[in-house]
Design a protein around this ligand. Sequence first.
Ligand SMILES: [Cu+2]
Length: 257
Amino acid sequence: MRKTIVLASVLCVGLATTAAVAHFQVLIPSTDIVGAEDDKTVNLDILFTHPMEQGPVMEMGKPRQFGVLVGGAKQDLMASLVEKKLDGKAAYTASYKVTRPADYVFYLEPAPYWEPAERKMIVHYTKVVVDAFGAEEGWDALVGLPVEIEPLVRPYGLWTGNAFRGIVRKNGQPVPFAEVEVEYYNVGNQVKPPADPFITQVIKADGQGVFTYVMPRAGWWAFAALVDGDEKMKSPEGEAVDVELGGLIWVRTVDMK
Ligand SMILES: [Cu+2]
């Protein structure tokens, strides 16, 4: 057991020392669209990992915030978090029953994660939108996270090959030329990246903080806007270190058939 954990953390640091350093907070629901005839329960998978490589999984501390924004009101869902182990690391699941037509914006503030290879703390504020019963309203509502992507494209009901666009906001303000990392949730490692730069796509927002990316495959995609935190944080080693703040959104594409 202990051996596995040590090996996994070594692996993670190993990856981090290459150019492809891309941890992503995962927040993936069992569906992004709940129809009238569908099961009303949405199950969410919450883990911290490398989506394209499907590992290693990194330890999550207890999240600081987990909730859902519906019709302009926030609901605290911390009590619904269930911890589980994935490859020996703490991850979470949660279930939520949708009750009325609305867009449900699920959001998560994970505990700060210490990345020794980069000597910084990482906090990835993450959200995902689930549409219930054809409401199709509220998907662009902002949660008010310190770093957040405002979708300019309705973030569900997307075809493979659609473009996703969004505004990177920090404390509500657009971030010109913000860096956005994009990864595909590569279930079963079906996609074999031919070289490291294919693992994480790196794009930049324009002068208004707006970015665009065309998604070439069906499945879940993560957009991670990365900015520097204004204040330092204390690392587990007790020193004041830089903070990477991420604003993530997950969206799903489906093939035209
Ligand atoms: Cu990692």
